[in-house]
Design a protein around this ligand. Structure first.
Ligand code: 13P
Ligand code: ZN
Length: 272
């Protein structure tokens, strides 16, 4: 029996995850097992969850994350394909419980599917979201082609250059990603160092770009985290299309961008 049974709210969240993983595959952002997701599902936990036995040995996270004590997350399984998850989310991911030491976790449902290798990054962000009282529940790592391609070009990695170029492609980018994209220099996938660097960047940006690897986004739900990534990747795609027509695109002027910022009263800090 699945933990989703008789829990329509939880089932709806997992169905949203499955829908988004289908989009990731269709967009070409999810080759093989590329990308991963976590969603905080603690709001659906009733008293029975606390006594559910672990179905796999306790594993270390590699970090101490005090705000995650006793919290529950859905996590994509390591090595699992997004396109398989789209069809069978509970066979390609699992629900984990963070142990009382705040540095380890155990799987409680449905099957002993080991969580993603990028769990340190996802849980570091989840810890930060809870610490700051954010309503955001979802984290998404994926491999969006155009953004990863731009991360191979040094000039885009310096300061806010990538954000400036992306914002200037279409007003919606600035409107929906007003904090822009933060850059994390290349780091070993799955490492605690990568997680720590990602955490620093997400504090001041909508989406984080891992140099020569992929993006990490947070959102109220998984659809929101997907949209954040999609908005920025669309701008990168427009930039590349213009370049392939033979010249550097003009981009919106500084004045036009300032006008959008002012008229739409865009936030300059991460809202909770
Ligand atoms: P997992 O299969 O462990 O989730 O890894 C995929 C990935 O994109 C690593 O960065
Ligand atoms: Zn990856």
């Amino acid at each position: 029996m699945s933990i989703l049974n008789n829990r329509p709210g939880l089932e709806a969240v997992i169905n949203d995850v499955a829908e988004v993983t289908g989009y990731l595959w269709q967009k070409g952002w999810a080759e093989r097992n590329g990308g991963n997701i976590t969603v905080n599902v603690t709001e659906f936990a009733d008293a029975s969850w606390a006594t559910m036995p672990a179905i796999a040995p306790v594993k270390q996270i590699g970090m101490v994350l005090p705000y995650l004590k006793g919290k529950y997350f859905y996590a994509k399984g390591t090595g699992k394909r997004m396109r398989d998850l789209a069809k069978q989310p509970m066979q390609n991911g699992s629900i984990i419980r963070i142990c009382d030491d705040c540095s380890s976790y155990e799987i409680i449902a449905d099957e002993p599917v080991m969580p993603t290798s990028e769990l340190p990054s996802h849980l570091a962000l989840q810890n930060y979201l809870l610490e700051t009282g954010s309503q955001y529940k979802a984290t998404l790592h994926t491999h969006p082609i155009e953004l990863v391609a731009m991360s191979h070009i040094q000039r885009f990695l310096k300061g806010d250059e990538m954000t400036r170029v992306l914002w200037s492609m279409i007003p919606e980018t600035l409107a929906f990603a007003p904090l822009g994209i933060g850059i994390v220099p290349y780091g070993l996938p799955g490492s605690v160092e990568l997680a720590e660097a990602t955490l620093e960047q997400i504090k001041t940006h909508d989406v984080v770009l891992w140099e020569k690897h992929g993006t990490v986004a947070v959102g109220q739900d998984i659809m929101d985290a997907f949209d954040q990534t999609d908005v920025l990747c669309k701008a990168a795609n427009i930039y590349m299309c213009a370049r392939s027509m033979g010249s550097e695109p003009d981009g919106m002027t500084e004045e036009a961008m300032k006008e959008v910022q002012d008229v739409f009263k865009l936030p300059k800090q991460r809202p909770c």
